[in-house]
Design a protein around this ligand. Structure first.
Ligand code: SAH
Length: 257
């Protein structure tokens, strides 16, 4: 589905930016790069900035005009660093990601078009686009580096794609989810743990049953927040068992003295 989304760079003058854009795309799972009349490409500089994404550069299509780049496209999204004062349907990057993925998912060919480093896209080029996309940067300093702008949009495409796959949560919080995927302790296991904890705390003299002072409630709140899984539970129970053994040994020693 992501192969239906192409990134079009128009008249790029710094080959390093082409490499940077290729890398940004590959990181986010995009692979189709179309270059309209690029300057100094192919070049060592582009390869160096692409890092491990030289395959995206090698398969990049080089064409003479924006029209050639948009052949077969049903949805064209043109980016702009400034408000050109042409009333045009405007999307923010998030909406752009969602729209691109929605349409690409239905087999529609989508183009994300980026302009020249020094002059952006011409009004004429922008008017070839169905929507304009503006990254809401500081108006006092609104122009991002070309490869950085590609990164922002490619990231939003990925997030929309992950959400479409129902995987956004997993991608956002891998560590939390890898813990969750281990079976959590059940509530009856937690109850047995709390009983064991309470007995132990009484045994070692930390909890006075005559004056419990909400200690068990506070500990329940603490462990309740922790999403304890089964293996962590057996560690906790092991610590309690050893603590009780130790306490009994100490008590015997005291009796013997
Ligand atoms: N001086 C140019 C800036 C071009 S920056 C101008 O005023 O338009 C090079 C390209 O990066 C732009 O054509 C656009 O494709 C992209 N870009 C940079 N900043 C952007 C922003 N804030 N929103 C959307 N695209 C941006």
């Amino acid at each position: 589905m992501l192969q239906n989304i192409r990134v079009v760079l128009v008249n790029t003058s710094h080959p390093g930016n082409i490499g940077g854009a290729a890398r940004a795309m590959k990181n986010m799972g995009l692979s189709r790069l179309v270059l309209v009349d690029p300057q100094g490409f192919p070049s060592h500089e582009a390869d160096a900035r692409a890092s491990g994404a030289s395959d995206v550069l090698e398969s990049a299509q080089v064409v003479a005009t924006l029209e050639d780049a948009l052949v077969g496209c049903n949805l064209v999204l043109g980016t702009s660093a400034r408000d050109r004062r042409i009333p045009w349907p405007l999307l923010d990057p998030r909406e752009c990601g969602q729209k691109s993925v929605e349409e690409a998912g239905q087999g529609i060919e989508v183009a994300l078009v980026f302009g020249r480093e020094y002059a952006g896209l011409t009004n004429e080029e922008l008017q070839r686009c169905h929507y304009h996309v503006h990254i809401p940067s500081d108006p006092q300093f609104s122009s991002l580096n070309l490869a950085a702008a590609v990164q922002v949009l490619a990231y939003e495409v990925r997030m929309a794609w992950l959400a479409a796959q129902g995987q956004a949560q997993r991608a956002l919080k891998p560590e939390v989810n890898s813990l969750r995927s281990v079976e959590l302790a059940t509530s009856d296991e937690m109850e047995r743990f709390y009983a064991h904890l309470e007995n132990t705390l009484v045994q070692i003299g930390f909890l006075d049953p005559a004056q419990p002072k909400h200690l068990m409630a506070r500990l329940r709140r603490l462990y309740g927040r922790s999403s304890v899984n089964r293996s962590e539970m057996s560690i906790l129970r092991g610590i309690l068992t050893e603590t009780q053994k130790f306490a009994r040994g100490e008590a015997h020693k005291r009796k013997d003295q």
